[in-house]
Design a binder for this molecule. Structure first.
Ligand code: HSE
Length: 297
């Protein structure tokens, strides 16, 4: 018994929606084979060259699967082979993709006994390994697909899976290291009320823009007044990248997840290609190596 799962990259935060909003991309994705084994427990193998830890308790997919197995009364074992299509640390939900994909695969082999909401809960155990925080804004879109709102983690997980309008995303991943754990340490613990008001007004505008496919509303609602200013110093080139992307026709964008990638939303593939080039040009001039990804949601 074996299943093959493609688990996609995701954009989290989407500008103003820190730890709440997320969007699944069509590609890149991790390829995960989950095989039911006679021997109980979890064994992880990586078929890529990223040297990630394979001991289950130190591996994001391993931890997610162990969380799922705690809820399975019978003795069950899984062999997992992961090929990372999403570069670790790139800021497009690499850890979430592995954690989400493995629990989706295991659930299929167990007769789909768990709901998507339960799978998000298991996969979040993997995110804790990756960054020390239980956040679901990459996991939720990886599992539900499309555009998601993590409305609450407590007292019960509450996730809204919403339709997204046609969008093309351009992402630039500069080769600078930004660990999610570090980029969470720089965040303010308190927020002035005036800023909070502007921020939740934008979140409301952004969700409305997605639901009504109003690209102009999406564009003027993306700005993040709270998290991006605190992370600005970790993402060199962000201001210039945004300026050039908007000049090339992007709807808007910001830091992808906790960085260092920068994402821009676009109405068409042609614009997204031009925006991808504009984003890359900033890092080329800075002498920083980068990869550009252009794809649909
Ligand atoms: N919402 C999280 C953050 C995403 O911004 O820290 C991390 O991948």
């Amino acid at each position: 018994d074996s299943v093959l799962v493609h688990s996609p990259a995701t954009l989290s935060n989407l500008g103003c929606g820190f730890d709440v909003l997320g969007l699944a991309l069509a590609a890149p994705y991790d390829t995960i084979r989950v095989t039911r084994a006679a021997e109980p427990g979890v064994r992880i193998r990586h078929l890529d060259s990223y040297s990630l830890p394979t001991e289950p308790a130190r591996n994001v997919a391993g931890m997610a699967l162990l969380a799922l197995l705690k809820e399975v009364p019978e003795p069950v074992g899984f062999d997992v082979e992961i090929t990372k299509g999403i570069k670790p640390g790139s800021g497009v939900g690499s850890s979430a993709a592995s954690a989400a994909g493995v629990v989706v695969g295991a659930n299929a082999l167990l007769g789909n006994r768990f709901t998507n909401l339960q799978l998000v809960d298991f996969a979040m155990a993997g995110e804790v390994v990756a960054c020390g925080a239980r956040h679901a804004d990459n996991i939720a879109p990886a599992i539900f697909g499309g555009f998601t709102v993590v409305r609450a983690l407590e007292p019960a997980l509450d996730i809204l899976a919403l339709p997204a309008p046609p969008l093309w995303v351009a992402v630039v991943h500069p080769q600078i290291e930004v660990k999610t754990s570090d980029s969470r340490k720089v965040l303010p613990t308190e927020v002035p009320l005036g800023l909070a008001v502007r921020q939740w007004a934008n979140v409301a505008g952004l969700v409305a823009g997605f639901l009504t496919a109003d690209y102009a509303l999406i564009g003027r609602s993306l700005d993040d007044y709270i998290v991006e200013p605190a992370r600005l110093a970790l993402i060199p080139g962000l201001a210039e990248a945004r300026k050039r992307a908007l000049a090339a026709g992007a709807i808007g964008g910001g830091i992808s997840g906790s960085g260092p990638s920068i994402f821009m939303l676009n109405e068409t593939e042609t614009v997204a290609q031009a925006v991808g080039e504009a984003l890359g040009s900033v890092f080329a001039e800075m002498g920083i190596e980068f990869n550009v990804y252009v794809g649909s949601v």
